[in-house]
Design a protein around this ligand. Sequence first.
Ligand code: TXA
Ligand code: MG
Length: 340
Amino acid sequence: MKTLILKANEIDQAAAFIRKGELVSFPTETVYGLGADATNEAAVKKVYKAKGRPSDNPLIVTVSSVEMVEKYVQKLSSDARNLIKTFWPGSLTMIFKLKPDALSKTVTGGLDTAAFRFPNNQMTLDLITKAGVPIVGPSANTSGKPSPTTAQHVYHDLKGKIAAILDDGPTTVGVESTVLDMSVETPSILRPGAVTKDDIEAVIHRRVIDELHHVGAKQTPKAPGMKYKHYAPDAQVYIVDPDSDWHDVAQWIAQHPQPVGVMAFDDTIKSIEWPDNAHVISLGNDATTAAQDLFAELRDFDNHPEYKTIFTQGIDPVGIGEAYMNRLNKSAGQMHFKQL
Ligand code: TXA
Ligand code: MG
C-alpha cells in the first residue's frame, strides 16, 4: 500500500479513506494519532495490527462534538460537563461508562468504559466531522517506540501499512493527553499530561486522585497501556536527576570513548566543558520545551545507532514536568545516572 501525505486542502480524501475502513494518521496538539472508523470493527482491528499493539489495550475514541460522546455514554455528570467546557478542545481525555454494547470490544478491550478525546487541531476536527463518525486514535507509532510528533515520524513507523497521513507540521505539546477516569467515584488521573491535577480540581472543586502515586509494584495500572515498556529508543537512556552533578556526567563521558548522547537544558549545556565524544542536544529552557522535544530527540538517536548511551536531564515533576518525567522514566526503564 502506498502511504499518501495529505495537506489541509485534501481532508475530503482522508475522510473518504476513513469511511472506506482505511487507516489515516491525524495531527493533534499532543502527538499524531492513528485513525480508523470507531464504529467499523474490521477497520479498528487494522489499527492493532499496524501498530503491533497488544489487543487488551483499549483505544481512545476521538470526537469532534459533544453529541458524538453523548451517543455512546451514559449520562454525563455536571463535573464532566464543566471539564468539557473548560478543557475541550484540548489535552484532557476522559473515561466514561458506556451504554450497553455501544462500542465494539475491539475498541474497549472488553471494558464497559471508553476514553474520549476532543483534540485541539482544526484539521482533525474537520476530518472527523467530514467522516461523520468518531475515530479511534492511539498514538501513530509502532508499539513501544516514542510517540510521533511529526508526519515524518509516522511515515517512518507506518509507511506501507496505512492509507494516508494528514500533515499539519510538528505538534505543540509533544506528550500525550492527560487521561482522567470519570467512571469512578473519585476522578482519577491514569496518565499525566498537559492538563494537571490542580487544573482539574480547580474546575470541579473536589479531590482528584493521581493514580501514578498510588500504583504499588504489585498492583496493575488501571490504564492498560501504562504497564508496557514505552517511548524507548534503541540506546539506553539514563536520567540525570536534579541533585546529580553534571561535571560527573562529563567526566564519565570523557572516560568512556564511545559516542554518548546528552539531552539537557541550555543553562546546563553552557555550564559544562563537554568532551569531544559527547553529542549535546538542547531541551530548551523549561519543562514546556522539554516535553515538546523529548520524543523527537529520542527518535533522532535511533537514526544514529553508534549512540548506545544517552543522558537526559531530569526535572521536578510539577505542571507539564510531571508528564515529561513520566515519559522520560519509561524511556529510561527507570535507570538513573547515579546507578552507573
Ligand atoms: O494525546 C493522546 O491521547 C494521543 C493522541 C493521538 O490523541 N493518543 C494516545 O492514545 O496517546 P494511546 O492509545 O496511545 O493511549 C491511550 C491510553 C492508553 O494507556 C490506554 O490503556 C488508556 O489510554 N485507555 C484507553 N481507554 C481506556 C479505558 N476505557 N480505561 C482505562 N484506560 C484506557
Ligand atoms: Mg501510545
